[in-house]
Design a protein around this ligand. Structure first.
Ligand code: SF4
Length: 290
């Protein structure tokens, strides 16, 4: 297995075999993101990728139940690439339960639903998508490349194809200026996208990113910790998915929470209120990660 540069995967893929079929992110413009800034996007040569699958089969074939296809938006690959990769994974890993990848709304909306259904049939069962916000002015400001309507359409396509969605939203991303609008619109987009899994992360302004430059010139102000917990509270209070597994277990968060929405809404709100009142310990700044 050969990996190029830093590799990122969601916390819930910690036990997955990571197959790097693309390098970088085909979009690579989001102002807060520095994950793939050092990489020039390309789809890896298919032979190389399939050689990696064969090497993984020899190393741990029977143990692999999950495969996460990296890097930043691997769904962008065309159908022949995906068909070859998913076929090779099914052959190599007899106990494989699911393949997943990161996706953008642009990736999803560029593929016909029939194509997505074909990928689902071949084993691509889950996509991780990070709208980060539901607020259209914030989408523009962070250069996400797609807004509320495009994300709602992307979710509709994924669900029609039978692919599960894990949606990621980012506390603090709208700054102080649009904090409330961001939280309320995020709740509306969660309701609209109705993801099976929902994660909230907390923004860290990374040096060298366009967002850091805005912060240095006082054009972006990160909300306080209490302000970001307030966003979390608003999102949990207003989002109406039909049944999402909810997590804030990412290392960036001050307050790790878990449950189901809407079922556990009140219990989660109670913990957030206790945290806001200072009665629950928050993750220390030094213990946080990106
Ligand atoms: S789409 Fe994802 S990986 Fe690509 S630049 Fe935006 S946040 Fe980063």
């Amino acid at each position: 297995m050969r990996y190029e540069g830093s590799i990122y995967r969601p916390p819930s893929e910690a036990d997955a075999y990571i197959l790097q079929a693309t390098v970088g992110c085909s979009w690579n413009h989001c102002t807060y993101c520095d994950m793939y800034r050092d990489k020039r996007f390309r789809v890896r040569d298919l032979d190389e990728t399939l050689t990696d699958v064969r090497a993984a089969r020899l190393a741990f074939g029977n143990d692999v139940r999950k495969v996460f296809v990296a890097d930043g938006d691997a769904l962008v690959m065309d159908l022949p690439h995906w068909e070859a990769i998913l076929g090779a994974c099914r052959e190599a890993f007899p106990r494989l339960k699911r393949v997943s990848a990161y996706a953008t709304a642009m990736n999803l909306n560029a593929k016909p639903v029939e194509e997505l259904a074909r990928l689902r049939e071949l084993g691509l069962k889950q996509l991780y998508i990070g709208p980060e916000t539901g607020d259209d002015p914030t989408f523009k400001r962070i250069a996400k490349g797609a807004g509320f309507a495009a994300h709602a359409e992307a979710a509709r396509r994924a669900h029609t194809a039978g692919i599960k969605l894990s949606a990621i939203f980012l506390l603090g991303v709208a700054g102080v200026e649009r904090s409330q609008e961001h939280a309320e619109a995020s709740a509306r987009l969660i309701t609209e996208m109705d993801p099976e899994f929902l994660s909230l992360l907390t923004l860290t302004v990374v040096p060298g990113t366009p967002l850091a430059k805005l912060e240095q010139t006082a054009r972006f102000e990160l909300p306080t910790v209490a302000g970001m917990l307030g966003e979390l509270r608003t999102i949990v209070a207003l989002a109406e998915p039909t049944g999402s597994i909810f997590r804030t277990n990412h290392a960036s968060n001050y307050l790790p929470l878990a449950g189901r929405l809407p079922r556990d809404r009140q219990r989660i709100l109670d913990v957030v209120d206790r945290a806001l009142a200072g009665d629950v310990a928050l993750r220390a700044e030094w213990a946080r990660g990106l």
